[in-house]
Ligand binder design. Structure first.
Ligand SMILES: [Zn+2]
Length: 453
């Protein structure tokens, strides 16, 4: 029977419970979750001692197709996603052309279906002057509208002016959509840069002084105030500061539909470690100090809504720069996202149930995918991230499938390991080896409005 699987003897995790159960998948969909299911001609997988997570959704991915002559493209980045246990990616619009209208979205979806190994959805972009395209993008199945409050390094022009920010949020509110905001304040960035330039010789730490905590917090506060005024659903992408997460939580108490996403690198790395080890792990916003990292970890239990990798395969050569402010920000991280999070589960930072909320249920609900994705229930897609909490993962540049060819977790022993990645009942990756042909992945248009929680 095609795409028919019986996964036996494992522990099935939801956001509320872990239970011993077998999972039967047929024609791509889960049909039964119960104990002691009898085989009926399916391929059998023995999951004794393993955990079945609902397929992990990486709601923050940057692959570079279309528009970039070289890698990484859909094939590269969905390979490393799948090896890392991710069954769905939601790609951001910073490809070239940027995804700024319905035709652009459809073109990118078609391109993705040629070579993607896992299912994928697409966030749209918004830039000042192009707000009229939002209706068409939403109708074409975009999952959200990304905009920047600072220079993006792409043709996606930022909304630096508060009245422009208000206009885009008003549109988002009218559509019943969700805004995804890169929140760093351009004026503060400019001031910081100016001060660094007029000072004496600058070291690598200058990147962190430039993109200071104040830079992020100023933008987060301003955007949340506008979200309050306009009633627009607002999702802060890659919140690096516990203060940002606390601001989102405070806005929610005032009735704002606000959400905070954070990324594995903010939870697993620290400025001290990066600078001491002479690493060039630059990102925008950057990894913060150890104290903030620890507070951010404590917010995983309630205030943080989702985890996204912000995977971006920037080669190391583009990061190491004579001028630290010229280091190209971005961290390769889809292959390591789930292992890093499993290690945090092992450390007791969060529960397996909460991990499922952050990486499957919440992104499926917010981005209109929950009719098919986000939980292991009859009728939904048979997407499973099959993991061990007893075995280790040791990320190594020489072994990674990430196109950038390096990892910020080089040599680190992470407790937790991805054993298999299953999409619609098909084993896409088994113990690190790809089992399907490029093009197996399908485009997922948003199927419902965001579900608030
Ligand atoms: Zn990003």
């Amino acid at each position: 029977v095609k795409h028919a699987l019986l996964i036996r003897g494992g522990r099935v995790v939801s956001s509320v419970a872990i239970r011993q159960a077998d999972v039967r998948i047929r024609d791509g969909a889960v049909i039964e979750v119960a104990q002691n299911l009898r085989p009926d001609g399916e391929r059998l997988i023995d999951a004794t001692g393993l955990y079945l997570l609902p397929g992990v959704i990486d709601a923050h991915s940057h692959q570079w197709e279309p528009g970039f002559a070289s890698r990484p493209d859909f094939r590269d980045d969905t390979t490393s996603a799948a090896v890392g246990g991710i069954t769905t990616i939601i790609d951001h619009p910073l490809t070239r052309p940027e995804v700024l209208d319905a035709a652009g979205l459809r073109d990118k979806a078609e391109l993705g279906e040629r070579t993607s190994l896992v299912d994928f959805a697409l966030h749209a972009g918004v830039t000042p002057g192009l707000l009229d395209a939002m209706d068409g993008l939403w109708a074409a199945g975009a999952t959200g509208f990304k905009f920047f409050t600072c220079e993006s390094g792409s043709a996606l022009k930022p909304f630096t002016d508060p009245s422009d920010q208000r206009s885009v949020l008003e549109r988002v509110q009218t559509l019943g959509a969700i805004a995804l905001v890169h929140a760093e304040d351009q004026a503060t960035l400019d001031e910081n840069r100016e001060q660094l330039r007029t000072g004496s010789a600058i070291g690598r730490g200058a990147f962190w002084e430039w993109r200071s905590p104040e830079t992020e917090l100023a933008a987060v506060d301003a955007v949340l105030a506008l979200a309050h005024e306009t009633g627009a659903r607002t999702y802060i992408v890659h919140a690096s500061l516990p203060e940002s997460v606390a601001a989102v939580a405070a806005a929610r108490r005032r009735g704002v539909q606000a959400y905070a996403e954070t990324c594995p690198h903010y939870l697993a790395l620290s400025t001290e470690e990066i600078l001491a080890n002479d690493q060039w792990v630059t990102s925008a916003p950057p990894v913060r100090d150890r104290r903030r990292r620890d507070v951010l970890r404590s917010q995983l239990g309630a205030e943080i809504a989702t985890i996204g990798s912000d995977h971006c395969s920037i080669p190391r050569a583009s990061k190491v720069a004579a001028d630290p402010l010229a280091s190209l920000p971005g961290v390769p991280g889809n292959e390591t996202m789930l292992p890093v999070m499993l290690d945090l589960v092992h450390q007791g930072v969060l529960t397996p149930e909460r991990l499922v909320a952050l990486t499957a249920e919440h992104p499926a609900q917010l981005f209109g995918l929950s009719r098919r994705k986000g939980s292991l229930k009859p009728g939904l897609d048979g997407d499973v991230s099959l993991v061990s909490l007893d075995e280790d993962t040791v990320p190594l540049a020489g072994k990674t499938t990430m196109a950038a060819g390096w990892t910020p977790y080089e040599g680190r022993r992470l407790r937790g390991r991805v054993m298999a990645t299953i999409v619609r009942g098909c084993v896409v990756v088994w113990e690190g080896k790809v089992q399907v042909d490029p093009g197996f992945g399908c485009f997922l248009p948003r199927e419902h409005p965001p579900i608030d929680f």
